[in-house]
Every structure is written in structure tokens, then in C-alpha cells.
Design a protein around this ligand. Structure first.
Ligand SMILES: Nc1ncnc2c1ncn2[C@@H]1O[C@H](COP(=O)(O)OP(=O)(O)OP(=O)(O)O)[C@@H](O)[C@H]1O
Length: 237
């Protein structure tokens, strides 16, 4: 029987000295789901991504990908097991071409899907250009492309729309939604742009002070007084 969840995590915790940045968080995503992870600055969103992918010292909690428990293994091994992560800051080498960049990331992958990834991210027209010479919006898609090499099962995306115009953000959101559907890719999406979150996420998890405040559909989250108070403010009230 297929697993009900492609990502299932429980007890995710991170302490910095006496301060608990992430406190016993549990989250479960179905195959192909795009889940929004939102919350105010310092709520613990990036920390949650870090602990899931095994980054930093002593990531606490249980993480299961398509039925396989990957809790005890390194960040690299989790990547090989199908859990990929992209970062807020652009990670690219400016002097390499876009194709070289993606091919370099794919070198260690079991199957080299460089051309697929370039096509999916609409990067084929730019594949021969230096990364430094393409637009910021195209560079952000290169960042996502790097995390898609090797065809991961679950992708943790940290603010992919940061710095994009509203039009670029929505175009990226739709591109991600199509990709998730066609690849059956499960995505946990941290994003401050609520238009992006509400337009592509079927469910949203809200973090506040390191704990889950609530989880629900976009309509449920938008209408939740605690979420409005803690994060959304009057913008959606
Ligand atoms: N290395 C660290 N040492 C001590 N405290 C840290 C460290 N990294 C993060 N924190 C603290 O942990 C809390 C959660 O931080 P985190 O970066 O996960 O929040 P976030 O929700 O991603 O915020 P943002 O939206 O600003 O990126 C914050 O209070 C932050 O100051």
C-alpha cells in the first residue's frame, strides 16, 4: 500500500542554550501537497526546515520520508534519500553558465536530470548564459533548479519569491504548483508573500514562538482570530 504521507515528522525541537527556538513540532504532508509554513519573524520557520533536513548540531525529532525513517542520518544522506532544501540566499556560482551550474549539482545524483530540471524551471533559453548575467528572477529559478537535481520526493523551499515583483512571484507560484502535480513532488513552502501562499497551498501550518499555532485550509487560516492577531494583522481581516 502506498504511504499516506510522503513527509511525516514529529517532536521537531531545537534549543539554543536555554532558549527553545522550535518546540516539539509535528507535521505530515501528503504526496504532491504544497504546504505553506508561515509565521512572524523568529517564529521558527527556518529552524523547522533546518531540523527536518538535519542541518546543524543535534537535530531532534523523528523524520520519515515515504515510510523510511531518516532521523538518524546526516544532511547529505537525507538529501540522497529524497529530502531536498533550497535557501533564502542565492547559492549560485556567478561565472558558471546556468547549465554548468545545474550539471555540477547533479554530479553526485544517482540520475542526472539536468535537462529536465532546466526545462521545468523555464531555464532552457538561458542555459548557455553566465549566471551573473541573467535577471534576479531567473537566478531564483536556478536556485530552485539546484534543489531539484536527482528528482527529490520532498522539497523544502525557503522564501523562493523573496525580492521578486508581484507578477514574477505569482508566475513562480504557478510554476511550482504545476511541477508538484506532474512530479508528485511534496513541497513545504516558507514564504512571507501571502498571495503566493494562498494561491498554491492546499493547507497551511502556522508557527508562533516555536510552536504550531494552528493548521488548516487557506480559508480556515485566514479566518482564525489567533492567526490574525499573531501574524496576518489587518491585511486580511
Ligand atoms: N544560531 C542561533 N542561535 C541562537 N538563536 C537562534 C539561532 N538561529 C535562530 N535563532 C533564534 O531562533 C528563533 C527562530 O528563528 P528562525 O530563523 O527559525 O525564525 P523564522 O521564523 O525563520 O524567522 P524569519 O521569518 O525572520 O526568517 C529566533 O528567535 C532566532 O533569533
Amino acid at each position: 500500500m502506498a504511504d499516506a504521507y510522503s513527509l511525516e515528522a514529529s517532536g521537531l525541537t531545537r534549543r539554543y542554550g536555554g532558549f527553545t527556538a522550535l518546540d516539539n513540532v509535528s507535521i505530515a504532508l501528503r504526496p504532491g501537497e504544497i504546504r505553506g509554513l508561515i509565521g512572524s519573524n523568529g517564529a521558527g520557520k527556518s529552524t523547522c526546515m533546518d531540523v527536518l533536513c538535519g542541518r546543524g548540531a543535534n537535530p531532534m525529532g523523528r523524520v520519515v520520508i515515504e515510510g523510511r525513517d531518516i532521523s538518524g542520518i546526516s544532511e547529505r544522506a537525507r538529501r540522497r534519500a529524497g529530502l531536498a532544501r533550497s535557501f533564502q540566499k542565492t547559492n549560485i556560482f556567478p561565472d558558471l553558465t546556468v547549465r554548468q551550474q545545474v550539471a555540477l549539482a547533479a554530479r553526485n545524483a544517482e540520475n542526472d536530470n539536468t535537462e529536465d530540471v532546466l526545462r521545468e524551471m523555464h531555464l532552457l533559453p538561458h542555459a548557455g548564459r553566465r549566471a551573473a548575467d541573467i535577471s534576479y528572477g531567473d537566478q531564483r529559478r536556478v536556485d530552485i533548479a539546484l534543489s531539484l537535481v536527482g528528482h527529490p520526493k520532498v522539497l523544502l523551499l525557503d522564501e523562493p519569491a523573496a525580492g521578486l515583483t508581484m507578477g514574477e512571484s505569482l508566475a513562480l507560484a504557478h510554476l511550482l504548483r504545476d511541477l508538484a502535480q506532474r512530479w508528485n513532488l511534496t513541497v513545504l513552502l516558507v514564504e512571507h508573500d501571502m498571495e503566493v501562499i494562498f494561491s498554491i497551498c492546499s493547507r497551511i501550518t502556522v508557527l508562533h514562538l516555536g510552536r504550531i499555532l494552528t493548521e488548516g485550509t487557506p480559508d480556515e487560516v485566514r479566518a482564525n482570530p489567533d492567526v490574525i492577531r499573531a501574524y496576518l494583522g489587518s491585511a486580511v481581516a
